[in-house]
Ligand binder design. Structure first.
Ligand code: R5P
Length: 300
């Protein structure tokens, strides 16, 4: 019989509270002190002895600080006698640096993974990792959980409630990296999928060149992992509308939403935006948020 306690230091406090309430268990208390020289002391205040700890922390928003904080927290929980520790990193920072793209670059995602691996935990999970290879940077692989079920349920309801014919719906993968996720959602909904070719003429700029497939008169659902500047989605939406799409929807796992991302999405005429709560930040009210708590409950 598990005796759960759920912690989040700063990035996923609402998700942690929701999970704890759903499990009917304690939400762990944490204390943090910053010393004059900038060092931090992060520790669990709650009693964790013989408990099964769940730590949820996205490495987002000054990623290096977040990383170090949860590593200290894990050490504190381990030393204080927790029976087991499951670590969830809903948004895995540095995941877009999983390979050498240009001369002399580091593989930053591997460096981060090796650091995380030195922490005390039994199992580690992330959601919709940018690239599955990141799991393999760990000697005991990180478990990469798909969020596609959440999006299938969400769009299934939209299709049903609006009496949309499934043959008029197409799932769009905005680049080759998103293809597997898009496939999963398309299969779950029982609709077609089209993959777009994306190029990046310079960092933080995305362009789509051509469309191979028919979107005339169709509702297009773009499925991506990370929405950061919004450039990828805006460019994809422009291409789809220019080929006669009736409406473009966006379903994304991680709402980084930097700078003027939302304005860009609105200007690109995205009709509906839904994301998960892997990143807790203030989003415009029109953006719907699907919680990962259900998926966490399923795996623990
Ligand atoms: C890239 O391969 C990712 O899957 C996303 O498409 C990308 O990170 C989105 O970035 P942005 O919103 O800045 O175009």
């Amino acid at each position: 019989m598990k005796n759960y306690i759920v912690f989040s230091f700063s990035q996923n406090k609402k998700l942690a509270a929701k999970l704890a309430s759903g499990l009917g268990c304690e939400l762990g208390e944490i204390s943090a002190t910053t010393f004059a020289d900038g060092e931090v002391l992060v520790k669990a205040i709650s009693d964790v002895k013989d408990k099964d700890a769940i730590v949820i922390e996205s490495t987002f928003n000054r990623v290096h600080e977040r990383l170090f904080e949860f590593m200290l927290l894990l050490d504190s929980i381990h030393r204080s006698g927790a029976r087991s520790i499951k670590l969830f990193i809903p948004y895995y920072g540095y995941s877009r640096q999983e390979r050498v793209s240009y001369f002399n670059e580091p593989v930053s995602a591997e460096v981060i993974s090796k650091i995380i691996e030195t922490a005390h935990y039994d199992d580690i999970y992330a959601f919709d990792l940018h690239h599955t290879d990141i799991s393999k940077f760990f000697s005991k692989p990180l478990i990469n959980l798909p969020t596609s079920d959440l999006f299938v349920e969400y769009y299934g309801n939209i299709i049903k409630d609006n009496n949309i014919d499934k043959k008029d719906v197409v799932v769009i993968s905005p680049d080759h990296g998103a293809n597997q996720r898009a496939d999963n959602v398309a299969a779950g909904l029982g609709v077609d999928k089209i993959i777009l070719d994306k190029v990046r003429p310079e960092p933080n700029k995305a362009e789509h060149l051509a469309l191979r497939g028919d979107v005339k008169g169709k509702t297009c659902i773009i499925i991506d992992d990370i929405v950061d500047t919004g450039g990828t989605i805006a460019s994809a939406a422009r291409l789809l509308y220019s080929h006669g799409a009736t409406a473009v929807y966006l379903g994304a796992s991680h709402a980084v939403f930097s700078g003027h991302c939302y304005t860009k999405l609105k200007e690109a005429n995205i009709k509906d935006i839904v994301v998960t709560d892997s990143i807790e930040k203030k989003l415009p009210r029109a953006v719907k948020v699907l919680s990962l708590d259900k998926l966490i409950k399923k795996v623990i």
